[in-house]
Design a protein around this ligand. Structure first.
Ligand code: ZN
Ligand code: ZN
Length: 472
């Protein structure tokens, strides 16, 4: 009841019976009195804002009096309840796929919102979604920026970033789309792959899929480049991954994706291996024995894989230990973010000791702890310690994602930076070379990281040579 009443009030105040005709005839009369030269300037202006500027320079005090009289009986103030109301009404239209109607309602919500509030940012964000469906990509991008300027909530950011990337793809601005989605995160191992768009590439389409491919495909505007990601011997089939990669999804998820999107049953070596391996989990999810460090095996009750060891424990117990550990890592990350570096390091070292007693050496959480330790030491300027921990994290990324994966490229890039900052010149040059090699398989030469690597390299090569020989 309340909503209906409000809607009626706002509608009447905003659009239904505005004194448009009275204002129109007033303006027409004014227009006819303007000198011809001004009429020409106004009517040939290039944009709406140029027309507005021209016209407003001809406003006289009597026009203002007329406008005030016209609007005196209308509600012109912002109503604090209106943004939520219009947003919800807009969402209802949106669900019914009435995107135009939704856009109008979100705009009304915006007109009633105060700047720098969640209200206004949500209205802009929702309007950007409606505009996206209407194919108004340029305006959609503008609304995304507006939503961010007015403090769009952090928790909703990923969804909007994806929309931004989709808009950029639709506009053919692939490089920017790529940058807006891959922008680097501190825990690189968490980065996800997101399907942005579908393109038709007749030649590349001839390549068969493998969940463990030997090439990587990069897109430069409308051209696709296929590069080998490992040695391919003469006569060996060239394979690329249609999306579901063995290092990012388990076999069941991959099979489901490939069936629903490409209508085939994948029988690549990776899938065959995983299908036949019934109980064992990948190394990055495995638990290990508390007494002998061998991998634990089994379903509900896990027993040690080593024959000489009798250790056994329930999976529930290990899972709850893992959850406890993850909470402790979370505490350390909070300390890290608030700049309490020494405390963060202490907390992380404790987590590391705990992890060693029940997780495999390549476990994801172990890798995350190493990565956080590397970050904490880097923040302290202790580049040597930072490099030591980063190298451990790097080995785990390699196990999980493979030596020529994007994830590996990002880790190598970080390590190159750490060596560079610590003036470890040969190590830096060596790592820069590896990082460049891996990243250039996945990205073109315009990539920010590759360019930064090249800058680092030329900087190191320009350094005066270090004197060699006995120092006494
Ligand atoms: Zn497969
Ligand atoms: Zn054991």
């Amino acid at each position: 009841m309340k909503d209906v009443w409000k809607f009626a009030r706002w509608s009447s105040g905003l659009s239904m019976d505005l004194p448009v005709d009275e204002w129109k005839s007033y303006v027409l009369k004014k227009w006819s009195l303007l000198p011809l030269s001004i009429q020409v300037t106004v009517s040939t202006a290039k944009s709406l804002s140029a027309i507005f500027l021209q016209c407003s320079s001809h406003l006289q005090p009597e026009d203002e009096i007329f406008l005030k009289r016209l609007s005196s009986s209308y509600l012109v103030e912002k109503d604090p309840d209106a943004p939520l109301f219009y947003r919800e009404e807009g969402n209802r239209k949106f669900q019914r796929k009435d995107y135009k109607g939704a856009t109008v309602l979100y705009s009304k919500g915006i007109s009633h919102s105060r700047p720098n509030t969640e209200d206004i940012s949500l209205c802009y964000a929702n309007r950007s979604a409606a505009l996206f469906h209407l194919g108004q990509y340029e305006v959609c991008l503008k609304d995304i920026i507006r939503a961010q300027i007015h403090g769009y909530p952090e928790r909703l950011q990923p969804k909007m970033m994806l929309r931004k990337a989709e808009c950029l793809v639709a506009l053919g601005r692939l490089q920017e789309a790529n940058q807006s989605i891959g922008s680097r995160e501190s825990v690189i191992t968490d980065s996800r792959q997101v399907r942005l768009a579908t393109g038709l590439f007749p030649v590349v389409s001839l390549l068969n899929h493998s969940c463990s491919p030997n090439t990587s495909v990069a897109f430069i505007n409308t051209a696709a480049t296929v590069q080998a990601s490992q040695q391919i011997v003469k006569g060996q089939e060239i394979l690329h991954c249609y999306g579901p990669h063995e290092s990012r999804m388990d076999v069941a998820e991959r099979q489901q994706k490939l069936r629903s999107q490409y209508f085939f049953e994948c029988n690549c070596p990776a899938c065959q291996n995983e299908k036949h391996r019934t109980t064992a989990r990948p190394r990055w999810e495995a638990f290990c024995c508390n007494s002998c460090r061998a991998t634990m095996q089994g379903d509900d009750v896990l027993s040690c894989g080593s024959r000489s060891c009798t250790e056994s424990v329930s999976r529930d117990h290990l899972v709850s230990r893992l959850q406890g550990l993850q909470r402790q890592v979370g505490v350390a990350q909070k300390l890290l973010r608030s700049g309490k570096l020494e405390q963060a390091i202490q907390q992380l070292l404790e987590c590391q000791r705990d992890a060693e007693s029940f997780l495999s050496a390549e476990h994801i959480v172990v890798g995350r702890i190493e990565d956080d330790l590397a970050q904490a030491y880097a923040a302290l300027g202790d580049w040597g310690m930072s490099a030591t921990h980063l190298q451990k994290s790097l080995r785990m990324v390699e196990v999980r994602h493979g030596p020529s994966s994007i994830e590996m490229g990002h880790e190598l890039f970080k390590l190159a930076q750490v060596f560079f900052n610590g003036f470890a010149i040969p190590e830096a040059l060596n790592t820069i070379q590896k990082a460049e090699k891996v990243l250039s398989v996945h990205y073109g030469p315009w990539n920010d990281e590759i360019q930064e690597l090249q800058k680092m390299k030329s900087c190191l090569l320009d350094l005066p040579p270090i004197p060699v020989g006995p120092s006494v």
